[in-house]
Design a binder for this molecule. Structure first.
Ligand code: PTJ
Length: 267
């Protein structure tokens, strides 16, 4: 047992922040296995902070976005799920399941292209049953000229030719580039003000660890529905409203927590 595994064992199951600590250790384990990059730890911390002020639950605006996201994935002609280090460390199993239900292949696409990371993520996804993984053949990759980061290198059979790209948890420059290429983008991001959130067509403002199991549940239920049923869900959906509702929720939530904190201090 390594020191991280020992620390996980030491977290008591009745600890008020048990789940949050468990996810932290998954990210640390990912760092030790090369799946996660050092900056991924910082990204996770930023996510935790937003999760806190979202009440650490899937709010109604996130649930509506999840339903619309699944409808869009099921309606897509060529959907793709982009996988990075943090999403693989936290939710490899769920990504594989979602890929199976929505028939959207998985493509590994990393911001930090460190030696051995693609192999480490590939191994993790395979262990969870992934059959087809794109983004792993160096020679096959082509570049998106709208993007200068390492993420510009994409698979011609995946992100490059996809009409709908699902980007759980990532940095903002790519969503903007994908939109410029005429693709529809679905994002999961706890920060409603990030560039990813603002540029995406559908922004799921929730923690990936809660959002993905719900996406799987919706896709199981919705995958046999006809096109007009799925289209109606999309037509009703408004992403600007989602972001505004999330921001209003945060303001209200912080005010209510402030009142609670004062009551505790007074008593
Ligand atoms: O594995 P790589 O090399 O592709 O790199 C991945 C990271 C995440 C390091 C890279 O994409 C990055 O630096 O991302 P940013 O710019 O820090 O953005 C990450 C976004 O994800 C932030 O807006 C966070 O609030 C959000 N976030 C972090 N953890 C979660 C999350 N959103 C949903 N669920 C989370 N668990």
């Amino acid at each position: 047992m390594n020191s991280n595994e020992k620390q996980v064992e030491d977290v008591p199951i009745d600890h008020p922040r048990y789940l949050s600590l468990k996810h932290r250790h998954k990210i640390i384990e990912g760092l030790q296995n090369l799946v996660v990059t050092e900056a991924g730890l910082i990204a996770h911390g930023r996510g935790e902070c937003f999760d806190y002020i979202l009440g650490e639950k899937t709010n109604v605006f996130a649930k509506n976005a999840i339903e619309a996201a699944v409808a869009l994935l099921l309606l897509a002609k060529k959907p793709i799920i982009s996988v990075n280090g943090n999403s693989a460390a936290l939710c490899a199993k769920e990504l594989v399941k979602l890929s199976q239900y929505t028939k959207a292949p998985l493509e590994i696409n990393l911001f930090y292209g460190k030696e051995g990371r693609i192999k480490a993520i590939q191994k993790l996804l395979k262990r969870e049953g992934a059959l087809e993984i794109l983004g792993i053949e160096e020679d096959k990759m082509i570049e998106i000229k709208e993007l200068s980061s390492n993420r510009r290198r994409v698979d011609p059979d995946g992100i490059y030719s996809a009409d709908v790209v699902f980007v759980p948890l990532e940095d903002g420059d790519r969503t903007e580039a994908l939109k410029k290429l005429g693709k529809k983008v679905i994002a999961i991001d706890l920060n409603p003000l990030s560039r990813t959130s603002i540029w995406a067509d559908i922004t799921i403002i929730d923690n990936i660890v809660r959002a993905l199991p719900k996406m799987i549940k919706f896709s199981k239920e919705m995958r046999h529905k006809d096109q007009s049923f799925l289209t109606k869900i999309l037509v009703k959906y408004n992403n600007q409203k989602t972001i505004q509702t999330a921001l209003n929720f945060i303001i209200k939530y912080i005010k209510s927590q402030k009142r609670k904190a004062f009551e505790i201090v007074k008593n």
